[in-house]
Design a protein around this ligand. Structure first.
Ligand SMILES: Cc1ncc(COP(=O)(O)O)c(C=O)c1O
Length: 369
């Protein structure tokens, strides 16, 4: 089986992990945490990094840090992972969805303004699958209506928008370091900001809102979202190789693009827009509406040929758990729905060899050609 993803851990990972074990620093108190936070924030051009236990936790803390709660609305893409909506809903706020752009698969920024009401508090922009959202449009709207921006850059390590790093735009930006990301800490996440107060709040929320002077007296409810020194050790070693990893993914994307060019009835990822070059977090395939096969059928046939795949996200308005709460009743987002029904991705890991790329492409041609 060619897996959909595999991390590359052949840099300084072992050495730094050994250092944790030899020094006994394995908890979140260890020295690698601060180093990782500082170096990651510097890479993205931000003042503060707050390392947390995963990308979902980073989003939870970001939503809570902005005091998003009952009566507030947050505009976000329908097509994304459930992590984006969890804390908005739990906090009693209202998620307001926009559909996707059919080419880049990112939120269609032209739909945002019509969704703004006096209750809108923030826009959550989520960069999807390798190309950024059209950030300028979101920044302009947020400025005009005085809205906060949470930027979910979980999949966007090393990507830029008009030459500026993704993760440098939101009041708060979040990342994930799950092993299928460009750099990994096993499990892990990071919140970035330039705002002193927000950085303080996120640090406090991550650590149960312990108070410096009265440790076990709490003025606010937080979580334990701490990252361990072991995870930060991995992260530091991975960060040293970020440019190489981005380059590898671009080479993989370009090669798949060549091998799959001309595949009938299949839309490949856009290689380049006027603001960014794809970093191919994953290499997605989107089947045409008039193709009888849907993603599920194609993935089943590819699995029989030993090719690992994953479906695209299921849109928020189609999530049973959210529907049962009475959310999004009667709403439709046709692009997001098609992405779910007809989209999936093929092996996209950092370790893919030329032979594996060709094997995958041949299997895709046999199934879909
Ligand atoms: C866009 C996006 N946001 C958030 C997350 C959540 O990250 P994690 O799996 O680290 O909780 C992911 C995970 O893939 C993601 O793709």
């Amino acid at each position: 089986m060619i897996p959909v993803n595999e991390p590359l851990l052949n840099g300084n990972e072992k050495q730094y992990l050994l250092e944790c074990i030899e020094t006994g620093w394995i908890s979140s108190e260890g020295p690698f945490i601060k180093q990782f936070e500082e170096q990651f924030a510097t890479t993205v051009g931000r003042k503060y990094g707050v390392a947390v236990s995963n990308g979902t936790a980073a989003l939870d803390a970001a939503v809570e840090a902005l005091h998003i709660g009952p009566g507030d609305e947050v505009i976000m893409p329908a097509f994304t992972i459930i992590s984006c909506i969890n804390q908005i809903v739990r906090a009693g706020a209202t998620p307001v969805l926009v559909d996707s752009d059919p080419l880049t698969w990112n939120m269609d920024v032209s739909q945002i303004e019509a969704k703004i009401t006096p209750r809108t508090k923030a826009i959550m922009m989520v960069h999807i699958y390798g190309l950024p959202v059209d950030v300028d449009a979101v920044l302009e709207i947020a400025k005009r209506y005085d809205l906060k921006i949470i930027e979910d850059a979980a999949q966007m390590h090393g990507q830029t928008y008009k030459g500026k790093p993704c993760g440098s735009f939101g009041d708060l930006a979040t990342f994930s370091f799950y092993p299928n990301k460009h750099i990994t800490t096993g499990e892990g996440g990071m919140i970035l900001t330039d705002d002193d107060q927000l950085a303080d709040t996120c640090q406090s929320l991550r650590n149960l809102c312990f108070q410096p002077n009265k440790r076990f007296v709490h003025e606010r409810l937080g979580w334990n979202l701490r990252m361990t020194n072991l995870q930060a050790a991995l992260g530091l070693a991975q960060l040293e190789r970020l440019n190489d990893f981005v380059q590898r993914k671009r080479t993989m994307g370009k090669r798949y693009g060549e091998l799959l060019a001309g595949l009938p009835g299949v839309q490949l990822p856009v290689a380049k827009t006027d603001y960014a070059e794809n970093i191919y977090w994953i290499f997605g395939l989107l089947l045409d509406e008039d193709l009888e096969m849907d993603a599920e059928g194609a993935m089943k046939l590819l699995a029989e040929k030993g090719i690992g795949t994953r479906p695209f996200f299921c849109p928020m308005h189609m999530q049973p758990v959210l529907q049962r709460m009475g959310l999004f009743s009667g709403e439709s987002y046709p692009v997001a729905e098609r992405l779910y029904r007809k989209g999936f991705y093929i092996p996209s890991g950092l370790g893919l060899t030329e032979v594996q790329l060709k094997t995958v492409a041949e299997a895709v041609w046999e199934v879909l050609g």
